[in-house]
Design a protein around this ligand. Structure first.
Ligand code: RP5
Length: 160
């Protein structure tokens, strides 16, 4: 088995419907990854263990998704030098605006690359993680180019 290069974490199993979009695109591009539920509020010790061991475990990029009071991406970023991509999960109460603002407003010095709310954000987090890894993996870079060309080819010029 290939060691995972991308770690996907989410605050709750209820986030998986969104976060699996990141896993799916990584699968398509042949990027080994691992997904875990790690809650900043309900499992703080698991969060500390995950974030502080991420580099030693061989991860290169972390994708963290959460909804509502979405502190997970920022807390992970506070404990690792790996790039952290934050996905605001669409919340029931405030449609994800709460998640977005919780994730995007990091203090200077502790960056989280924040994506769009919901599934588009999860897909793009997966793509960005692959693009980061593709900088030092020419075969992966070629697969990304092919995926983008296929996407382009699928867009009809005629509206109907
Ligand atoms: C956050 O609270 C999770 O990231 C999730 O988006 C939200 C709701 O969690 P559940 O109550 O569905 O477990 O921690």
């Amino acid at each position: 088995m290939t060691a995972p290069l991308v770690g996907i974490v989410m605050g709750s199993r209820s986030d998986w419907a969104t976060m699996k979009r990141a896993a799916e695109i990584l699968d398509k591009l042949g990027v080994p990854h691992e997904a875990k539920v790690v809650s900043a509020h309900r499992t703080p010790q698991r969060l500390v263990e995950y974030a502080t061991s991420a580099t030693a475990r061989g991860f290169k990029v972390i994708i963290a998704g959460a909804g509502g009071a979405a502190h997970l991406p920022g807390m992970v970023a506070s404990m690792t030098r790996l790039p952290v991509l934050g996905v605001p999960v669409q919340s029931r109460a405030l449609s994800g605006l709460d998640s977005l603002l919780s994730i995007v407003q990091m203090p200077g010095g502790v960056p989280v690359g924040t994506l769009a709310i919901g599934e588009a954000g999860a897909v793009n987090a997966g793509l960005l993680a692959a693009q980061i890894l593709g900088l030092s993996d020419p075969a992966l870079a070629e697969r990304i180019e092919a995926w983008r060309a296929e996407q382009t080819a699928q867009v009809d010029e005629a509206p109907e």
